[in-house]
Write a protein that binds this ligand. Structure first.
Ligand SMILES: C[S@@+](CC[C@H](N)C(=O)[O-])C[C@H]1O[C@@H](n2cnc3c(N)ncnc32)[C@H](O)[C@@H]1O
Length: 314
């Protein structure tokens, strides 16, 4: 990674470097075709106050022009086969997606179910963020999306959907992920309350990094915020590079990664499995045995059809 001779990181770990600078200054120092995964969660131009005192009330033309300047750079530094993700409101991702489509190959518009404003008279209730996913060239070099557990009732643990006669055909590692993500909870860990309100959930970043990068891959995020992308990269053994105008929150977070490590471990156990252990426990308590037809992986990696919980404890 080339981050220029003149810039000095404000934080350096064995895997990553953070620069307290304007993202354009960092981006212009990066080598072309050097990044495996680029992610951006810019300010949304909603007139918010940021500790970095940026102007978040630009004219539409200025905002889109500014976004295009760093998106061009992100596309330039992406490796062939590398993936670019852009998180924003549908209103902005519509024109920015068209701009990216002239440089990269469109893969998905992922709708992430999250309420972010109050209902407005005469409008539909905004209930999803847009996560645009592009790749440089025709195909992604890395693509291994996580599998998700069967969605279950939060009271009794029973399946929300009836899989009928297909239970024994279901992949024991979980169900295929779609382009609508309904299982990303808002940031709510006690320690996170102190963090900027716009911090993204670790689960979201873990899903993106798990899908489109491998340990050792280089991850770029030009808008650090509270550092969720860098924490996710650090804990999943990816290399990372990023910028932020005010790095105080990121430095605080990296000073004690223990809460993030605990949270990260929980995220790991609840993916690539057909049933969450918490849901199985709820079923046990509510006396609803799991169908014998599901195949659940055994510790040795083979699969078995399981019987009811009370005769075949999991
Ligand atoms: C929406 S927040 C990112 C939140 C981040 N994804 C997280 O999970 O914590 C956007 C961040 O971009 C930073 N920012 C705005 N303009 C910037 C620029 N020109 N260069 C670098 N950072 C900038 C802001 O200070 C703000 O912290």
């Amino acid at each position: 990674m080339n981050t220029g001779m003149t810039m000095k990181p404000i934080l350096k770990t064995s895997r990553g470097e953070l620069f307290e600078s304007d993202c354009l200054n960092l981006l212009e120092t990066l080598d072309p075709d050097s990044v495996d995964l680029a992610f951006a969660d810019p300010p949304f131009n909603l007139g918010k106050e940021y500790s970095s005192n940026i102007d978040d009330s630009k004219s539409t033309q200025d905002y889109l022009g500014w976004c295009r300047s760093w998106l061009s750079e992100m596309a330039r530094v992406l490796k062939p086969g590398g993936s670019l993700f852009l998180w924003n409101l549908p209103k902005w991702n519509l024109p920015l997606g068209a701009f990216l489509g002239e440089r990269l190959t469109f893969r998905h518009w992922i709708a992430v179910d999250m309420k972010y404003s109050l209902p407005i008279n005469g409008r539909l209730y905004p209930s999803h963020y847009s996560l645009l996913y592009f790749v440089k060239g025709e195909k992604p070099a890395i693509f291994h999306p996580d599998r998700l557990p069967v969605p279950c009732c939060r009271h009794c643990g029973g399946e929300i959907r009836d899989y009928g006669g297909y239970k024994n055909k279901m992949n024991p590692n979980g169900v295929n992920i779609s382009d609508v993500w309904t299982d990303i909870p808002p940031v709510r860990h006690a320690k996170y309350k102190k963090r900027q309100a716009n911090a993204l959930p670790l689960k979201l970043m873990d899903r993106i990094l798990s899908m489109s990068s491998d340990p050792g891959s280089l991850i770029l995020d030009p808008f650090g915020g509270s550092g969720t992308t860098y924490v996710s990269a650090e804990l999943s053994r990816r290399r990372w590079v990023g910028s932020e105008l005010n790095c105080t929150d990121i430095l605080d977070r990296f000073a004690d990664l223990e809460p993030d490590k605990e949270h990260f471990a929980q995220i790991k156990v609840n993916k690539n499995t057909l049933f969450k252990s918490a849901d199985l426990e709820k079923r046990r308590k509510s006396g609803r045995p799991l169908s014998k037809n599901y195949r659940i992986p055994k510790v040795d990696g083979t699969c078995v059809c399981i019987g009811p919980w009370n005769t075949h404890p999991l």
